[in-house]
Design a protein around this ligand. Structure first.
Ligand code: NAD
Length: 344
């Protein structure tokens, strides 16, 4: 049975990827240090699956990662272990440097040691973001050749990791590919991120906080489409290449909030009196627009995202409605501030 390591497998995208790979009959080893955004609820239904192993481990621990590589001899690693919330990176960048840059450095070192000693093939698929390209002018979309121009400590840490990986491919001949994906939505997302945050506010009859005037535009992909793209990139992606992973579905933040309210109205679900859009002070360095050009992955790997945004949002809303324990399984203290419920 072929084995994969997923780092950050207890977080949002990682837990969806772990389940996706198990369904495809791969053996999955999850390495996650269980930071605040890891939620045990995310993997509760895989229980004692015989094809799954979990290690509570920081990817910075090179020796432990090397030990896991030697023990399981996986065919590949999907690296999703990272600090991921832009606001947190503005409040406290240090952890982002540690996990997103040094963590990747240590992972690369472990891979290098392992492949040199064992002469085994091991391919790293590193999960990066569209945010590395920075603000994209209206009418344009960033290709993989677009210059990196990050605006937040988060996107700068991701950009640094991408560059480090490219240097290890050239210098140490590591087998690696990079995916630069747009904003994901779907089940298991930590409730400080826009879509689960809005859904949580709706469920609990609170105002829907939106930065600035809500005009910032993001491209959204359903996490299940992202998982399919990642497997395709692993098997078909050329070593040393980057692939943009997008949906071509851009929407302003305020329209996301409006769409969620429309979904409720359509289902005749009662909406609380406090559920109203509330504009809050904008985030510093807030990029106005991200938009990916995905011709490369469409043409070379024959992959396209499949989920229509309206349907995907509706399914996602229902998932959170039917899994309210997801919200209660996260300590509210961890995201009260991010919901604007507490003063800084
Ligand atoms: P998340 O915050 O939900 O999950 C991250 C996981 O990584 C958590 O389980 C956490 O415990 C773990 N982790 C953090 N630092 C670690 C370390 N040093 N060692 C081991 N584990 C560690 O994040 P997510 O939204 O699932 O994002 C996963 C990856 O995808 C990140 O690299 C992110 O940059 C990238 N990405 C996310 C999006 C998105 O919209 N969510 C879009 C593009 C790219």
């Amino acid at each position: 049975m072929k084995k994969f390591i997923v780092t950050g497998g207890s977080g949002f995208i990682g837990s969806n990827l772990v389940k996706f790979l198990l369904k495809k009959n791969y053996f999955v080893i999850n390495i996650d240090k269980l930071s605040y955004s890891a939620n045990p609820y995310n993997l509760k239904d895989i229980g004692k699956n015989k094809n799954y192993r979990f290690f509570k481990q920081d990817i910075n621990n090179k020796n432990k990662v090397l030990k896991i590589l030697n023990r399981f001899k996986p065919i590949g690693i999907f690296n999703l272990a990272a600090e991921t919330h832009v606001d947190r990176s503005i409040d406290n960048p240090e952890q982002f440097i540690k996990s997103n840059i040094l963590g990747v450095y240590n992972l690369l070192e472990a891979i290098n040691l392992y492949t040199k000693k064992n002469k085994k093939k091991l391919k790293l698929t590193h999960i990066s973001t569209d945010e590395v390209y920075g603000d994209i002018e209206k009418g344009k979309r960033s290709t993989e050749e677009y210059p990196y121009n990050p605006s937040s400590p988060y996107s700068a840490s991701k950009a640094s990791a991408d560059q480090l990986i490219k240097s290890y491919i050239k210098t140490y001949k590591i087998s690696a590919v990079i995916s630069n994906c747009c904003n994901n939505y779907g089940p298991n997302q930590f409730p400080e991120k826009l879509i689960p945050k809005l859904i949580y506010s709706i469920i609990t009859n609170r105002p829907l906080s939106i930065y600035g005037r809500g005009k910032n535009s993001r491209e959204w992909i359903h996490v299940k489409d992202h998982c399919e793209a990642l497997l395709k990139i692993f098997f078909k992606g050329k070593i040393g290449e980057s692939y943009n992973v997008g949906s071509n579905q851009n929407i302003k933040n305020i329209d996301i909030a409006k769409k969620l309210i429309q979904i409720l109205k359509k289902k005749s679900i009662i909406i609380g009196n406090n559920v109203k859009i509330k504009f809050v002070k904008d985030r510093p360095g807030h990029d106005f627009r991200y938009a990916l050009d995905c011709k490369k992955i469409h043409k070379q790997l024959k992959w396209k995202s499949r989920t229509n945004l309206n349907e995907g949002l509706s399914d996602t809303f229902h998932w959170y409605l039917n899994n309210r324990d997801f919200f209660t399984s996260v300590s509210k203290k961890l995201y009260d501030k991010r919901l604007g419920l507490k003063k800084k």
